[in-house]
Design a binder for this molecule. Structure first.
Ligand code: UD1
Ligand code: CA
Length: 454
């Protein structure tokens, strides 16, 4: 039987104090809703249903997946009312799995466990045990410890309030059954809401069995109502990312001081020092060392390369045995070939740097194709922009550029050219020759420094 995940995401999330709908707030660089969709998508499903309401247009704009049925809940009258809005989109023979858009860390394995409980039950509920169950719906069991109902905190008597097994909100049932129960739910309770949880008592009244799947990992079923809970789940999520990296063979100087907002695939014996942030999709080869304080976004870093402290790399490919930083900025569409070196206070943009070429200090290289074994002196700048257009600089193999040179693009520096320090190069240079543009040095004999009048 196909599974049909229904994600409730109509809540306003007023306690976030935000103009952004709650489910679009992020954990690990990904919206909470996206986390839930990703977990649901791993189930054997044909489509997903998302119940939306507050801020729905923005939610839809950011969630363009083709297999999502969007169902509007214009007014929020409770979880049962929310699911009821999807009534006509629920096939009888699907197994519906209810998930919450603001409970982001739920795992597909746990949802599958919940579904597996339906083998001899007509409804299954994901529960957990809490030392402090206040605020949650309590799982009420009869004398044979079979589940008979869920009672909300606001409707619970003193005895029921003592129960520490709570409803996480995730439930599963056959579409046909669920729809029958949804039609019977009435807002006869202290909140005058349509409670989805009333399905439990309705199932039992029909003589059905309600089974619990117990989830021991509280983070998986923790909802986010405010930014404190968001931060707690962010840390939990990052802890898990760090563990995954360590299990794959990465040494982390401190697992609590790395942030992965996306994915990092790694080779063997990678060392990552403290306070590194990885954004988007990153690929790191064998024996790579990343020193403290780097921001690495959508990067590929080849084997045996070293990224020194406080470097920023974005949408770039770093070859093998490269050295970057400290304090380097490698901008999008840059390729460093093997054994290239980009040193401190160097910015590279949209450039190809040849094998073994070195830009060691205080330079800007933009829109450049550079050959192999080039040495760029300190303070060299490519002047690639005239205020309107960008122009290309081409540097051949084995070029030596003296310090403090400006290369005014478009310009080509031919193979084995040498450029004298302090030159402003505006014309193409010939191969093998020394080219320089430099005003003659002169000395004014007998010149006196000005002195202060007393
Ligand atoms: C619900 C459960 C409670 C459980 C708790 C777990 C009911 C009646 N109660 O309580 O047993 O312990 O979750 O966190 O189901 N939503 C809508 N439309 C609505 C109401 C809610 O989409 O009209 C969405 C919210 O955005 C949220 C989720 O449903 O994602 C849960 O709603 P919330 O109000 O937080 O549930 P509780 O009343 O706390
Ligand atoms: Ca509520």
């Amino acid at each position: 039987m196909k599974l049909l995940p229904i994600i409730l995401a109509a809540g306003q999330g007023s306690r976030m104090n935000s103009s952004l709908p709650k489910v679009l707030h992020q954990i690990g660089g990904k919206s909470m809703l996206r986390h839930v969709i990703d977990s649901c998508r791993q189930l054997d499903h044909e489509k997903l249903i998302i119940i939306y309401g507050h801020g729905g247009d923005l939610v839809k704009e950011q969630t363009t997946d083709s297999d999502i049925d969007w169902v509007l809940q214009a007014e929020q009258k409770g979880t049962g009312h929310a699911v009821l809005q999807a009534h006509d989109s629920i096939p009888d023979d699907n197994i519906v799995v209810i998930a919450y858009g603001d409970v982001p860390l739920i795992k597909s394995e746990t949802l599958n466990l919940l579904v597996s409980k339906l083998s001899d039950a007509s409804l299954s509920v994901l529960t957990t045990k809490l030392n402090d169950p206040s605020g949650y719906g309590r799982i009420i069991r009869d004398e044979n410890s079979k589940i008979s109902a869920i009672v909300e905190e606001k409707d619970a008597n003193e005895n029921q309030k003592l129960v520490n097994e709570i409803n996480t909100g995730f439930i599963a049932a056959k579409g046909k059954d669920l729809k029958r129960w949804l039609n019977q739910i009435k807002p006869d309770n202290n909140q005058a809401e349509y409670y989805l949880t009333d399905c439990i008592a309705l199932a039992v009244a029909e003589g059905g069995l309600v089974e619990a799947a117990v989830c021991d990992d509280h983070n998986e079923v923790q909802g986010v109502n405010n930014r404190i809970q968001q931060a707690q789940l962010e840390r939990a999520y990052q802890g898990e990312q760090a563990e995954q990296l360590m299990l794959k063979g990465v040494t982390l100087a401190d697992p609590s001081r790395i942030d992965v907002r996306g994915t990092v695939t790694v080779g063997k014996d990678v060392f990552i020092d403290i306070n590194n942030v990885f954004i988007g999709d990153n690929q790191i080869g064998d024996n790579v060392t990343i020193h403290p304080g780097c921001v690495i976004e959508n990067a590929v870093i080849g084997n045996n390369s070293e990224i020194h402290a406080n470097s920023v790399i974005e949408s770039a490919k770093i070859g093998s045995k490269c050295s970057v930083g400290p304090f380097a900025r490698v901008r999008p569409n840059t390729v460093l070939s093997d054994e290239a070196k980009v040193g401190n206070f160097v910015e590279i943009k949209k450039s190809i740097i040849g094998k073994g070429s070195k830009i060691s200090h205080l330079s800007y290289i933009g829109d450049t194709v550079m050959g192999d074994n080039v040495n760029i002196g300190a303070g060299t700048i490519t002047c690639n922009y005239d205020g309107v257009n960008k122009f290309q600089t081409t540097i051949g193999d084995d070029v030596f550029i003296g310090s403090d040179t400006q290369l005014v693009a478009p310009v080509t520096v031919a193979n084995r050219s040498t450029i004298g320090a302090g030159s402003t190069i505006t014309k193409n240079t010939p191969e093998n020759e020394l080219t320089l543009s430099r005003s003659k040095q002169l000395t004014l004999k007998g010149w006196q420094r000005p002195t202060k009048n007393k």
